[in-house]
Design a binder for this molecule. Structure first.
Ligand SMILES: [Ca+2]
Ligand SMILES: [Ca+2]
Length: 479
């Protein structure tokens, strides 16, 4: 019994083990009292300080780390793995769960019904990974709580479980050769491992919005290219499998039912990329598979980490966002409206500055712009040749530059231009004065550094930091 207790309370065991040598010496010297006894006690203390105490700290740390990993679970995976570079990934992925009932096709004409049909027809299948706050990993509508103020979304989220999932989606633009469809995933919060959050506040924020755009061939009605937004970078996918433009190809486009791209969204930071057959192991734990509901039953998303393959989402347009895109704009966590701070786009005909909202408003506004949540028109890849705003409002220029394909820039319809500015796309182009911004450093290197897990080294660095903070506190308290 005593032996078992000593193993459970291992510092006691270590103390006893360290005592073995001095104990033997005490018996040998007959050092029960006097100077010899003090000498043996000093030896015991020295041995404990050099061996016993470090061993106790190490073991305690490792036990805490293991317990923490069980509790915190899976961390965001930053690998940009591609089926194009893997020989065994030639087949399509097998995704469990009921597929979406296909909507009836209306007459093919220039109408709201036809546009809505395209949004539904190409609505993606979402593989949403989950970490220790699954409630923040579920995509919802920005106004899930009945108001268009994003500032209160984190505090009001718990009252809306289980969640009715939503994707914001629209037919963004129609050119002479293509349809461009935008889908974005709004999340109540972007979060990180508690340890990293403790080191820096750059890695989390209220609200989150990442997503993708499809380019569909206008005649054949087939998905030809996809671009996703992954931690301030655009990732390009092309059925051709090659690119002559500024961006490389990041993998295969896998479609369910021939039209629905299968999309992978990280937990925590919610970077979006296309799902690869190589990702199939991600389907076994911490995942929700969501499909557009269509005419099928509505299935809420449980706010837990269990595998759920039958969840459905609704499609919501960005029209309410456009109605507030030019204001009123909030500032420093105050004010009203969905957005905060402005992007200067150019000059309006009346000489006034032409502006649009830059960030999704939040009370935790004091973050670097790099990490704050943005509407799709504020997504700006710092390594490409395309200015902010263009990817969403005039996507043909971004897709042509990124892929090297010759694409039409003749805009027959643009929902964001129409809903936000109420003028023709060509007229808005005349007013724009945009500059390309450039970021330093290699585009992909810093992503590789993010890695996919918190390492043991990170934990120990945190312990060391905590220990120094405590020593400092003691020093001042005693001083
Ligand atoms: Ca709200
Ligand atoms: Ca750019």
């Amino acid at each position: 019994m005593r032996q078992a207790l000593r193993i459970v309370f291992f510092p006691w065991l270590i103390w006893d083990l360290v005592a073995a040598g001095p104990g033997w010496l005490r018996a040998r010297l007959g050092a029960e009292r006097g100077a010899k006894r003090h000498l043996v006690l000093a030896l015991h203390t020295l041995l404990y300080a050099c061996i016993g105490f470090p061993a106790t700290v190490l073991l305690t740390g490792e036990i805490l780390i293991s317990a923490n990993e069980q509790l915190i679970g899976e961390q965001a995976d930053y690998r940009l793995q591609s089926d194009l570079t893997s020989g065994e990934a030639q087949r399509a992925p097998a995704l469990p769960g009921p597929t979406t009932p296909e909507p009836a096709q209306p007459a093919r004409e220039d109408s709201e019904a036809w546009r809505r049909h395209l949004v539904e027809r190409f609505a993606p299948v979402l593989v949403q990974k989950l970490a220790h706050h699954p409630e923040w990993d579920i995509p919802i509508r920005l106004d899930f709580d009945g108001n268009l103020d994003p500032r209160d979304n984190v505090e009001r989220e718990p009252a809306h479980r289980p969640h009715r999932a939503a994707l914001h989606g629209e037919l963004t633009a129609e050119t002479a050769d293509s349809y461009y469809l935008t889908y974005s995933l709004y999340h109540a919060k972007d979060y990180d491992h508690p340890l990293r959050e403790w080191f820096t506040d750059w890695t989390y924020h209220d609200s989150d919005n990442e997503g993708l755009m499809l380019r569909v061939d206008r005649e054949r009605l087939e998905v030809v290219q996809v671009e996703t937004w992954f931690h301030n970078r655009f990732l390009l996918y092309d059925v051709a499998g090659t690119s002559q433009g500024t961006e490389p190809i990041h993998g295969r486009i896998h479609l369910e039912n021939g039209t629905r791209p299968i999309v992978y969204s990280q937990p925590q930071g919610h970077g979006v990329r296309l799902f690869q057959t190589l990702d199939e192991d991600a389907l076994t734990r911490d995942v929700k598979i969501l499909r557009w509901q269509g005419d099928g039953p509505r299935v809420a998303v449980r706010a837990d980490r269990s595998v759920q393959v039958d969840a459905t989402y609704e499609l919501v347009s960005f029209d309410a966002w456009y109605a507030q895109a030019r204001g009123p704009l909030g500032s420093e966590g105050r004010g009203v409206g969905i957005f905060e701070d402005a992007i200067l786009l150019g000059t309006a005909p009346d000489g006034q500055p032409l502006e649009i909202g830059r960030f999704i408003a939040g009370r935790d506004y004091s973050k670097m712009g790099w990490s704050r949540p943005k509407p799709p028109w504020a997504w700006d890849d710092g390594w490409d040749q395309i200015p902010v705003f263009v990817w969403h409002f005039f996507p043909s220029y971004a897709f042509a530059s990124h892929s090297g394909r010759a694409l039409s820039h003749e805009y027959r319809h643009s929902r964001p231009v129409e809903k936000t500015f109420g003028i023709a796309p060509a007229a808005l182009l005349q007013q724009l004065r945009l500059e390309v911004t450039h970021r330093d450093g290699d585009k992909w290197e810093s992503l590789a550094d993010r890695g996919d897990t918190i390492t043991r080294q990170t934990y120990w660095q945190a312990f060391e930091l905590q220990f120094k903070v405590y020593l400092n506190y003691l020093w001042h308290a005693l001083g």
